[in-house]
Design a protein around this ligand. Structure first.
Ligand code: 5GP
Ligand code: ZN
Length: 113
C-alpha cells in the first residue's frame, strides 16, 4: 500500500515509535502543532473514520487504549490535552490512513479554527 503511514508501520520510513503493540503504533508528528503532538494509528490500513463499521471499529478502542498510555507517559493528564480525528476534506485530513492526534503542552482554542 503506497501510504505514508503504512510505510511508517512497515518501518520503510524510519520513525521512532512512542508506543507500539501488535495492532497499533504511535509516533511524534513531523510538523508538531503543540509541544506534544503524537499520531496514533492502526498498523492495518483503514482510510478514514467513515470506513469504520461493526467489524473493524474495535480498532478505535485499541487506539484509545494506546492514547491513555501515551498521555500518562507524556504527563499530559494534569493540564489536559486534546484528541482529534480529522475526517475528510473539510476537517483537513491530509493522510488517508485513519489516525488520532494527541495534542498537549499548551492551551487550545474552542471552537477550533
Ligand atoms: P491530518 O491532517 O491528515 O489529520 O494529519 C496528518 C498528520 O501527519 C499531520 O499533522 C502531518 O504533520 C503528519 N505527518 C505527515 N507525514 C508524516 C511523516 O512522514 N511522519 C510523521 N511523523 N508525521 C507525518
Ligand atoms: Zn495506510
Amino acid at each position: 500500500m503506497d501510504c505514508i503511514f503504512c510505510k511508517i508501520a512497515r518501518n520503510e520510513i524510519k520513525t521512532e515509535y512512542v508506543y507500539e503493540d501488535s495492532e497499533v503504533i504511535a509516533f511524534n508528528d513531523i510538523k508538531p502543532q503543540a509541544p506534544a503532538h503524537i499520531i496514533v494509528i492502526p498498523r492495518k490500513h483503514i482510510e478514514k473514520p467513515d470506513d469504520l463499521n461493526k467489524d473493524n471499529s474495535r480498532i478505535m478502542q485499541k487506539l484509545y487504549n494506546a492514547a491513555l498510555k501515551i498521555v500518562e507517559l507524556k504527563k499530559l493528564t494534569t493540564d489536559g490535552y486534546r484528541v482529534v480525528l480529522n475526517c475528510g476534506k473539510n476537517a483537513g485530513q491530509e493522510v488517508a490512513h485513519i489516525h488520532m492526534h494527541i495534542l498537549g503542552g499548551r492551551k487550545f482554542a474552542w471552537p477550533p479554527g
